[in-house]
Design a protein around this ligand. Structure first.
Ligand code: GLY
Length: 594
């Protein structure tokens, strides 16, 4: 606790926002309940809305202010970017409960400044030992969304605690114990934190409320007499605090063994799942080789399978390389058409080839090969859309993916960088929490192809490579990415957004490289998405009517839908200045540096 107080005092010194120095004691007092400041996070975030935040040495960008500040405080106390990432991730599990988590899983890509190496930590959830290929089918042999999304069968063995512990042990500075990095999260869970407008709105959402109220533990966590917490009040999460304390005292064993593990297993099985204590005790995070590519003089370092993100990001960049970007311009009809045609082809490959590399041979080298991209590029007609039915004869279908993931980016003074995306899958995961332990559980196993060929919750169709199997990891779209220029981080980025994650990350990279936009403009620019099936271009508000008309003339079905993604990005200028941008699409995010 002493360390956590020290960390939060450090937060109070100052943070640089938008070239202005703002004393942020509001957060310190909010964290310890000395005074509540309604909407403080939002007010500060508004100040950085449309310009990047600048700093000389350190930068953290996340979807929630307290989590950003916890990471920044760790680096100010001498920790490196990995230490900061661990503190930010644990804090998000408290303050951003819809997606931050210890009951889910994710991916971390790390650039190590000293050696120039990069590593990818895979802490994706995995299926239990008792999982079966057809466990998400009903009596008629049809895919049952109820089973794959809302039952105990949907819950994968959580990977977050193992992943963060591994990152800390192997790549941390060695100056902080795991307990010290958990301390800010623990203090917030134990002593309470100020409810932001976004959190109040999320918990007040009728569908969320109905799901969470149906579970005694989730109800205990978030609702008093059935009502969501009001903006500006303090929310305490005592059961989660006890669990965080167990991890602080015993390391990952505090989660994967003993009372917390028993609570997870009992809750999952009471809901029809098939998890046992050995599933938890045996869980291991894996260090993998990142996927690499090059694009217009930049080097791309991203997440390999079981994420599809890095492979298809590199594949799309390969297809796009050499295009007349200056002539087309950002978000012109030709640029959107070209991106859609590249995405159509990449997502078609995703449906067939991608799965857990420990179970299937994923042809990563072939899919990221420049010559293969050249073949795909040669098939693109700039005047006319290619119907998706013509892209692949062997059509698999794509499953649905929820957009309630969260990303954060960190860079330290030495140039170590962390790009981390993790998730519970749906908002608040499966909608129930381990009884007595305050751990919201994921429904990540819906990312498997329940029945190869049938769409998942994101409309994504998957193939045999992503069929359910015991101990297998479901395919993901999460795309934590680091772009290097001359061997040093130029861009650290990633986003939530389900199937839209890969195209959103693609557009931020294009906007910040060949379209030469600053990182906030690159972030705010309206986004498009195509995923092969269903065959239409999804766009956000903000595209001109002329662009939409020209796309329709090329034969595209164009549909304006909700905002996509919530990127949390850092760009590094030629003089080393760090520019942070938290996506204005979500109100509680914060970029802060020093
Ligand atoms: N659950 C979303 C993803 O992993 O892509």
């Amino acid at each position: 606790m002493r360390k956590s107080l020290k960390l939060f005092r450090a937060i109070g010194r100052r943070a640089v926002f938008n070239n202005r120095i703002i004393v942020i004691l509001l957060f310190v007092v909010g964290a310890f309940g000395l005074a509540a400041s309604p909407g403080a996070a939002q007010i500060l975030a508004e100040g950085q809305r449309f310009s990047p935040v600048e700093a000389d040495r350190l930068m953290v960008v996340s979807e929630e202010a307290q989590a950003t500040l916890a990471g920044l405080a760790v680096m100010r106390e001498g920790g490196n970017a990995v230490d900061a990432a661990v503190a930010t991730a644990f804090t998000l599990a408290v303050t951003l409960p819809r997606a931050g988590n210890i009951g889910g899983g994710g991916f971390m890509v790390i650039h190590l400044a000293q050696t120039g190496e990069a590593v990818a930590i895979d802490y994706r959830e995995r299926a239990t030992d008792a999982a079966e290929r057809d466990m998400f089918l009903d009596e008629d042999g049809e895919a049952s969304p109820e089973k794959s999304r809302f039952s105990g069968l949907a819950v994968g063995v959580p990977g977050t605690v193992a992943g963060l512990a591994l990152a800390h042990e192997r790549y941390g500075s060695g100056k902080f114990s795991l307990a010290e990095l958990i301390a800010p999260a623990l203090a917030l869970a134990r002593d309470g934190f100020t409810v932001t407008p976004e959190l109040a709105e999320t918990l007040g959402n009728e569908r969320v409320r109905e799901r969470l109220m149906a579970d005694p533990e989730a109800r205990h966590m978030f609702y008093r007499d059935g009502a969501p917490p009001a903006v500006g009040t303090r929310l305490t999460l005592p059961h989660l605090a006890n669990t965080l304390e167990a991890i602080a005292e015993n390391g990952p064993a505090g989660f994967y063994r003993g009372p917390v593990a028993e609570a997870i297993v009992a809750t999952v099985n009471a809901r029809g799942g098939r998890m046992d204590l050995a599933d938890l005790a045996d869980y291991e995070a894996v260090v993998r080789e990142p996927v690499r590519g090059t694009f217009e003089g930049y080097e791309i370092v991203s997440m390999p399978p079981p994420s599809s993100g890095g492979v298809h990001l590199v594949q799309m960049l390969n297809i796009l390389e050499g295009a007349p970007f200056a002539e087309y311009g950002l978000n012109s009809a030709d640029m959107v058409h070209l991106m859609a045609e590249a995405a159509r082809r990449a997502y078609a490959d995703r449906a067939v080839y991608l799965g857990d590399p420990d179970f299937v041979d994923v042809p990563v080298a072939a899919l990221t090969d420049k010559a293969y991209a050249g073949t795909l590029r040669s098939e693109i007609d700039m005047a006319a859309a290619t119907p998706s039915t013509e892209v692949r004869a062997d059509q698999a279908k794509l499953p649905y993916e929820s957009d309630q993931t969260t990303h954060f980016s960190v860079i330290d003074a030495a140039g170590n960088a962390v790009s981390n995306t993790y998730t519970l899958n749906f908002s608040f995961g499966v909608g129930f929490a381990a009884e007595g332990a305050g751990v919201l559980l994921n429904n990540e196993l819906d990312d498997f192809s329940a029945k190869p060929g049938v769409p998942n919750a994101y409309g994504l169709v998957g193939g045999e490579a992503n069929a359910v199997a015991p101990r297998k990891r479901p395919l993901s779209s999460m795309t934590p990415t680091i772009v290097l220029r001359d061997g040093k981080p130029y861009l650290v980025t990633g986003t939530p957004g389900g199937s839209r994650i890969i195209t959103t990350t693609l557009q931020v990279i294009l906007n910040a490289t060949v379209h030469e936009r600053d990182i906030m403009t690159a972030t705010a620019a309206p986004r498009m998405h195509h995923q092969w099936l269903p065959d239409y271009i999804r766009i956000e508000e903000g595209f001109s009517p002329d662009t939409i008309r020209l796309l329709k003339e090329k034969g595209h079905d164009v549909r304006i839908q909700n905002a996509m993604g919530a990127t949390q990005s850092i760009m590094v200028g030629p003089d080393g200045t760090r520019y942070g941008a938290s996506d204005p699409r979500r109100p509680d995010g914060l970029a802060a540096g020093d």
